[in-house]
Unconditional design. Structure first.
Length: 159
């Protein structure tokens, strides 16, 4: 029997004794989060994408928002105490996070960045995030995730 290949995200969750379930799906290249949710039959409002931004200070931040919504840059900046934030270039994702586009998750990155999760996740018992590689999703408790990474919840999407 083949050994399951764990990602850094899964190792982090195991180490912190956080329950999670993984879903693996065939995906030879990047597809957007809404397509992933539809492909796997996951509710789109419970499927979150990870966006990485850099603040005026030079610090990096992770923002998790539902796949159908758009990050409000002003609200995002305010949530982390920055004057402004800007999404990092796609070409820089791997260099900064250690993950590839479509497999980026807020846990197990090269460095743990301050992370803000959209506040709709506070009302969910479980939600879906990337599992640390293309073709892998993790389902877990948003509150357990936020506690483990010392993140926060805030309204960070466009109205």
């Amino acid at each position: 029997m083949a050994k399951e290949l764990k990602t850094n995200a899964m190792r982090f969750l195991d180490k912190n004794k956080i329950n999670y379930e993984i879903t693996v799906y065939d995906c030879p290249e990047f597809i957007d989060g809404a397509t992933v949710a539809r492909k796997l039959g996951q509710p789109e409002e419970e499927t979150f994408k990870t966006l990485v931004a850099q603040g005026k200070s030079g610090n990096y931040y992770c923002f998790l928002i539902p796949v159908l919504l758009e990050l409000d840059m002003k609200k995002a900046a305010k949530s982390v105490g920055e004057k402004s934030v800007e999404l990092i270039a796609v070409k820089d994702i791997t260099k900064i996070t250690g993950y590839v586009r479509g497999g980026c998750t807020p846990i197990g990155m090269k460095k743990q960045f301050v992370t803000v999760v959209h506040n709709t996740a506070e009302n969910l018992s479980l939600f879906y995030i990337s599992g640390g590689r293309i073709g892998t999703q993790i389902q877990l408790s948003p509150s357990e995730l936020v506690d483990a990474i010392r993140g926060s919840f805030a309204d960070i999407v466009l109205d």
